[in-house]
Design a binder for this molecule. Structure first.
Ligand code: NAP
Length: 348
């Protein structure tokens, strides 16, 4: 693990000194803090509450915030960040990610969409801009999983590359320092790596002890791409529409619960420790100081032992929680087809 300070696992109380938080180095040499704060409120928290949490999370030591246009709160997070900068923090002290939503994949829409996020966030560049989903299929916030865009399309690599070319322009224009993918598979990444002029710096994907995605994880590492892990705690408060009876919960897994008991922490904290030590960048969400502080402290205190890491490696259930059903493009499909489980990009 990269670290600015080899002593970074010494216990701390209260606030975490950001210089003690480990980081990952992306291929440009830039450093992404090894824990970020998620900002998707799962329809449960107001934008104001989330923006307040962002401001306080920075006060307790976070330097990495995961945003997205579709979360509908970038304008409020921008106001919070303005206050943070007014109180002395510099823009370059933070790593800010945003994402292009699915209704903005058309070539003409990409640069304006990024500019809108920048305007809302009150900054002149992003550290990372991701294509949120590889499907240009629109669905309104909050719709049921059975909802379908009547114009829904499959993944079409040529179209994705047209969108990607616009992201490359954003780098050339200085509006995004890095660009990356989200919710893609190995077959899609393989095509992108063949065709990209500017390669993805990071790839965001669901990663937690019950969904470890070992092949994709290894593939991105082998290709010099930093994996960012969303829903690192297993998204226990995700909306009802994203739940099925087959879903499992990593924080209730007896192995995680026992390790948490041993370390005297919440099972969520074990998930974050595992993520950081494994080498992905978890972006847990919380608006409660006690929780977001524990998640950052997880990266600088009391590491898991090799045996504990090995025990967690064995509890993978291949249980994807965020299945993406709303992006399916024709009747009779199952959500697995979105994820290229055959090893090839699912044909139209
Ligand atoms: N790229 C994508 O497509 C994508 C998809 C999904 C998510 N994301 C990003 O990933 C972020 C995180 O994912 P997520 O929100 O789905 O799930 P998550 O981070 O796995 O779970 C969040 C929930 O865990 C609870 N929690 C957090 N820390 C805790 C702690 N220390 N102890 C006990 N409970 C704790 C929180 O409860 P309390 O609210 O009670 O604190 C919160 O509701 C999102 O906010 C978003 O930024 C990206």
């Amino acid at each position: 693990m990269d670290s600015q300070n080899p002593q970074s696992f010494t216990p701390v109380e209260g606030v975490v000194n950001p210089s003690r938080v480990p980081f990952r180095t992306v291929y440009t040499g830039a450093k992404i803090p090894a824990v970020g704060l998620g900002t998707f409120g799962s329809d449960r928290f107001s934008g104001e509450t989330i923006a307040e949490a962002v401001k306080d999370a920075i006060a307790v030591g976070y330097r990495h915030i995961d945003c997205a246009a579709v979360y509908g709160n970038e304008h409020l997070i921008g106001q919070a960040l303005r206050q943070v900068f007014d109180s002395g923090l510099k823009r370059e002290d933070l790593w800010i990610t945003s994402k292009l939503w699915n209704d903005k994949h058309d070539e003409a829409d990409v640069i304006p969409a990024c500019r809108q996020s920048l305007k809302n966030l009150q900054m002149d560049y992003l550290d990372l801009y991701l294509i949120h989903w590889p499907f240009p299929n629109y669905h309104a916030p909050g719709v049921d999983v059975s909802s379908r865009d009547p114009h829904a399309q499959p993944y079409i690599h040529e179209n994705y590359m047209k969108t990607w070319r616009q992201l490359e322009k954003l780098v050339e224009m200085g509006l995004a320092r890095h660009i990356g993918t989200s919710n893609v598979t190995i077959p899609k990444l393989r095509r992108l790596l063949d065709d990209a002029r500017i390669k993805p710096a990071c790839s965001e994907m669901e990663l937690h002890p019950h969904f470890q995605q070992p092949e994709l994880f290894q593939y991105v590492i082998d290709n010099g791409i930093v994996p960012i892990g969303y829903s690192p705690i297993g998204s226990p408060n995700r909306p009802e529409r994203d739940r099925t009876d087959a879903d499992t919960s990593p924080t209730e897994d007896p192995v995680i619960v026992e390790i948490a008991r041993r370390h005297n922490v919440h099972p969520a904290v074990v998930c974050i420790k595992w993520a950081v030590q494994r080498g992905q960048v978890p972006i847990p969400f919380s608006t409660r100081r006690r929780n977001y502080l524990s998640n950052l402290q997880a990266a600088v205190t009391d590491p898991l032992t090799d045996d504990e890491m090995a025990a967690i490696a064995r509890i993978d259930r291949n249980c994807r929680l965020i299945k993406g059903q709303v992006f399916l493009w024709k009747d009779g499909q199952t959500w697995e087809e979105l994820w290229d489980v055959s090893g090839e990009i699912t044909p139209p």
